[in-house]
Design a protein around this ligand. Sequence first.
Ligand code: APR
Length: 327
Amino acid sequence: MPSQRGSARRRQRGVLLAGIAILLLALVLAAVLASALTRGKKEESLEPLRWQGRGTTRNLREIVLGRCYGYLAERRAELGDKDCLKIWESLKDAFIHKNPCNATTEDYQPLMKLASHPIPCNKENFLTSLSIIYCTLYLISQSLFWSKTNDLVHLYTKSSRRFLTLEDTFLGYMFDGISWCGDPSAPGINYESCPKWSECEGNPGSVFWKMASKMFAEAACGVVQVMLNGSIETGAFRSSSIFGSVEILNLNPDKVSEVQIWLMHDIGGPQSESCSGYSIKKLKNILEERNFKITCEDNYRPVQLLQCVHNPDHPDCSLCTNSTEAP
Ligand code: APR
């Protein structure tokens, strides 16, 4: 009898141990499964959308704030009070956490308002201006537009303060050459990639630069210039460019009296188009229809001299060279 009771107790203990072991195994399996599932979900939400363009510029905040304070340090008198922190916040609010193909002009309206300032015309305004504070670089500058001459045009405006491109204004200066876009996943900014302009129309860069270019063109007055690239095979003027599709359409014929075209060629490079070329004729027609006076000059000499800094021995850089004028 005692041996029968002992074996029954052993069996009971065995069943109990087996039950505990099964329970423990089930718990471990459940934990492993749960962790695998949550890790999968986390990885999914951390993965930013993929685009073909370069991602948001690293240290965007610091760059924007640095440029903002730097510009104000030089030209606060012309700009009045500007709040750099608010400017950064309004840029961030315009794109953070958003799908970068859904940018709208409404997103950037607050930023434009905070960073905008009067862009003065040349002499007429200068004479009628009552405030001595306005007798500054801005007021005696002429608006200079450009297309496919980014480096050259800015080399020129750095050496001749008579001319002002969008990128020399407060708004254009702060955002020139940097990239930004949002992403629905955390942290809301995509540093890996952003849409190229060709990928979707409503991308942050395209929406921002079109708005800024429109404002810049609307403000232009007096005689304005545009520097185009005559070494481009597909033509110096493209109606799909920002200059062709936004700026010329927003020049005000009541304020702008004349448009001067400077058609630059790379020194020693192809002379694909001159002032009598096809795309320039197209541009002249558009401008004439809008009642602007137009002139065109091949290789505007002051700018060519800057190109000659890198090519001093080229025949085009000899002191006896004449540029051709074709109004
Ligand atoms: N993808 C990315 N960036 C682009 C694209 C694009 N498809 N097209 C234009 N950009 C941006 C780039 O930053 C480039 O340096 O616009 C700049 C100018 O492009 P261009 O084709 O050289 O010229 P355009 O489109 O005519 O724009 C220049 O707009 O920025 C204003 O006032 C400025 O007159 C100037 C004009």
